[in-house]
Design a binder for this molecule. Structure first.
Ligand SMILES: Cc1cc2nc3c(=O)[nH]c(=O)nc-3n(C[C@H](O)[C@H](O)[C@H](O)COP(=O)(O)OP(=O)(O)OC[C@H]3O[C@@H](n4cnc5c(N)ncnc54)[C@H](O)[C@@H]3O)c2cc1C
Ligand code: SF4
Length: 265
């Protein structure tokens, strides 16, 4: 592992300022993805700023919908009564991911920011445009059973591996982020992650240094009749081959509104 500086943030503003000033610095939340990537030499931050103690852990009703703190743990989010009762697909999606121990550490913000599980991305001896732009895509003609059917490009055929994110798209969620100037902005979840195009190294539309502070789910009439289905090679510790988040607004026996999001194949 390469040497790096470590600091703990006391408030969001100073955390954002530190990361904004150094393009090679990264936030550390639960550490379940970034530390693995550093050990594999895929990510090489020169500094880590621990944000895990910031007061961004709320899971509460807001404007008839739901506000999820970026630093709330995946386990606490999945098991919260408001989530279980009103947003069953979100609870199901989180619980379909990783293991209990990992979900106990993983945060909501970190889940959105986790990187692809493409084997070529993790192997620094292999070509990968996402890890090292311009080197090629090992998966295009290689092992790509878990990769994209839709939205891929000749530069990258990877998918984002999160289960939780599929549910959040179906729920029309927005991501609240804070920038170096202290200002907050909201990004519609459907616009948050990017298709690879010819810049696969950019997973999302966050600006350098921006901190996710919350995920907000608006009031709707379909979330409580919803389901998350994940098809995978084994019952635990496996990323999706294909997954579907579906929600229906019913008027009697008639479907008034249907929301459907499909991940990969
Ligand atoms: C063995 C294993 C199996 C897994 N299986 C699944 C699975 O089946 N489905 C699934 O969905 N996931 C799975 N995961 C992934 C897991 O869900 C993620 O590792 C986890 O959600 C990341 O959260 P974290 O808080 O640990 O993030 P960290 O590792 O701390 O950070 C990840 C990235 O997010 C950035 N970051 C963290 N918080 C913020 C923030 N608030 N604002 C901006 N940037 C931030 C960090 O800088 C870093 O780049 C698995 C992980 C492992 C290790
Ligand atoms: S699919 Fe994307 S992540 Fe995988 S090797 Fe190709 S460029 Fe890299």
């Amino acid at each position: 592992m390469r040497p790096f500086k470590f600091s703990s943030a006391n408030d969001a503003r100073s955390a954002v300022q530190t990361i904004s000033a150094n393009k090679d610095a990264k936030f550390l939340a639960g550490g379940t993805n970034i530390l693995d990537l550093m050990k594999e030499d895929v990510e090489r931050p020169t500094a880590l700023v621990d944000v895990s103690r910031l007061n961004l852990t709320q899971i509460k009703s807001a404007n008839g919908g739901l506000s999820l703190g970026a630093l709330a743990k995946n386990t606490d989010t999945a098991n919260h009564p408001l989530v279980r009762q009103n947003y069953p697909l979100l609870s199901q999606a989180i619980l379909a991911g990783a293991s209990q121990q990992i979900r106990n550490m993983a945060t909501n913000g970190g889940n959105l920011m986790q990187r692809t599980r493409c084997q070529y991305f993790y192997d620094v001896a292999m070509p990968c445009n996402k890890r090292e732009p311009g080197t090629g895509c090992g998966a295009l003609e290689g092992i790509n059973r878990m990769h994209a059917v839709f939205g891929w490009s000749n530069d990258c055929v990877a998918v984002h591996p999160s289960d939780m994110c599929i549910a959040l798209v179906a729920l029309d969620a927005t991501v609240k982020v804070q920038g170096a100037d202290g200002k907050e902005r909201s990004i519609l979840f459907a616009d948050y992650h990017r298709l690879p195009g010819n810049t696969p190294q950019k997973d999302n539309n966050l600006n350098q240094g921006e901190l996710i502070t919350a995920i907000e789910i608006p009031k709707n009439n379909f979330a409580n009749k919803s389901y998350y289905l994940k098809v995978r090679d084994r019952a635990s510790y496996a990323f999706a081959l294909v997954s579907v988040a579906a929600a229906l607004e019913m008027q009697g026996n008639v479907i008034a509104v249907g929301q459907l999001v499909r991940l990969s194949d």
